[in-house]
Design a protein around this ligand. Structure first.
Ligand code: FES
Ligand SMILES: [Fe+2]
Length: 445
């Protein structure tokens, strides 16, 4: 613990009269804050571990780190998704040391204890030495595991609220992504893994920050324009920020937005994508499909990002490691029925725009790392300003309602200070169309 005197009186300055919202930069550097985040956020809420479609066959497994804990994300031999602690109950060695595989039995390399994919200890070398009453310990599991439309979450808090309650209105935005495939969206094999020398909260903010796009990624836009492609600059303005409960929030584009990022798709690929949306209108209703065709950058509190643009859908998991260092994993989510050429163009964008060596992510990493270095002077310049759009009737995607929503939840959990949500007008009808099936369910009883 640091000395009480070194802690600022408040981390969040939420002044509704001015209005002004500020975050104290000590929150980005202080090891005490980092420890409180682990205890009060990561030990308490639901955390994303992976997508069900990453495990295609019985006995498939992936290793994951969630809240610093090594986990095994697996399907057992019956095909049921399981999450295990990747630590041998004998004396602690890591049981799975490969990132992925398929195995009916997992054998600890230290003394050879062996477990099946249901977590049972099935073989102990020389087990007569333990006597007849020895209780064979199985693999440990996080106390709570649940999924929503293929997204699997764990919680290390046995008393956590049900996942669907926790996700609150964010479920609607997950639905807008998942409904894009009739057979179910699928995560492609392969990940982007990179690290950033910056506080993890800076990438959370950046992930739905519409304000930075034109300046930070200027070189990228110049490149696109030099290639002769038309940039639809109005698309940036046609977006709003929405708060979705429990700290979740999104920036959301109107219909047919999200096309200005990434290398433009070919006319044939565009037509295929558009055709699939058309084919979904009967099933989900025009208003819902119109919403589907818009961009969305969604953050599920605290560290799961889903970004859905014309060029592709990315799932991003942000892991705090130290106050000034984070690790990031990203996956591409696709409708399995999309054609080879569209898939190729979207994958190319996943690599060349979002990838660690792409044309966008390195710019963001550079911005975040300079923020972190400058926070060495946080005592001389304590506050970052996050006020943009507080005065707006309906905040835009280029405003900062998303971040304020996240920070207020952070403040509630970390500092026990509850601040009221911001009053704004409801968004226009284009942003509120309901899914046809849901309407039917609501009226058929
Ligand atoms: S630590 Fe795994 S068998 Fe001993
Ligand atoms: Fe960016």
């Amino acid at each position: 613990m640091t000395q009480p005197s070194s802690r600022p009186v408040r981390y969040i300055d939420d002044d509704r009269d001015l209005p002004r919202f500020r975050v104290n930069r000590a929150a980005m550097v202080d090891p005490d804050v980092f420890a409180r985040e682990q205890e009060r956020i990561f030990d308490k809420v639901w955390l994303y571990v992976g997508h069900e479609t990453e495990l295609t066959k019985p006995n498939d497994f992936k290793t994951r780190t969630v809240a610093g804990r090594p986990l095994i994300f697996a399907r057992d031999r019956r095909g049921v998704v399981q999450v295990w602690v990747n630590s041998c109950p004998h004396r602690g060695a890591m049981i799975c040391r490969e990132p992925a595989g398929n195995a009916r039995f997992m054998t600890c390399f230290y003394h050879g204890w062996s477990f099946d994919t249901s977590g049972r200890l099935v073989s102990v070398p020389g087990d007569t030495a333990y006597g007849p009453d020895f209780v064979r310990p199985g693999l440990a599991a996080p106390p709570q595991v649940d999924s929503y439309r293929g997204f699997v979450f764990v919680s290390f808090n046995p008393d956590v609220e049900p996942l669907a309650d926790y996700l609150a209105e964010a479920t609607e935005f997950i639905d807008l992504v998942c409904d894009q495939s009739e057979s179910g969206m699928q995560v492609l094999e392969g990940t982007h893994e990179y690290s950033v020398k910056a506080n993890w909260k800076l990438l959370v903010e950046n992930s739905y920050d519409g304000y930075h796009a034109v300046s930070t990624h200027q070189r990228y836009f110049e490149m696109v324009m030099a290639s002769g492609a038309e940039l639809d600059a109005t698309a940036l303005g046609d977006s709003i920020g929405v708060a979705l409960g429990n700290g979740h929030a999104a920036s959301v584009g109107g219909p047919n937005t999200g096309g200005m990022f990434g290398r433009p798709l070919s006319a044939a690929a565009q037509a295929e994508r558009q055709g699939r949306f058309e084919s979904l209108r009967g099933r989900h209703g025009a208003a819902w499909v119109d919403r589907m065709t818009g961009a969305r950058n969604l953050v599920i509190f605290p560290n799961l990002v889903i970004i859905d643009l014309v060029m592709g859908v990315v799932i991003r998991k942000i892991d705090p490691v130290r106050p000034d260092y984070m690790e990031v994993t990203a996956w591409e989510l696709v409708p399995p029925e999309e054609g080879a050429e569209l898939r190729k163009q979207r994958l190319d964008n996943f690599l060349t725009f979002w990838g660690p060596g792409g044309l966008a992510s390195p710019d963001d990493v550079e911005a975040l790392e300079t923020c972190q270095r400058s926070f060495a002077a946080h005592r001389e310049l304590p506050w970052s300003d996050v006020s943009r759009g507080m005065v707006s009737a309906v905040p835009l995607g280029s405003d900062e309602l998303q971040m304020r929503t996240w920070w207020r939840r952070w403040n509630e959990l970390v500092n026990d200070e509850v601040l009221p949500p911001e009053p704004h007008d409801p968004p226009g009808d284009r942003f509120r169309g309901e899914r046809l099936e849901l309407q039917d369910q609501g009226t058929s009883v």
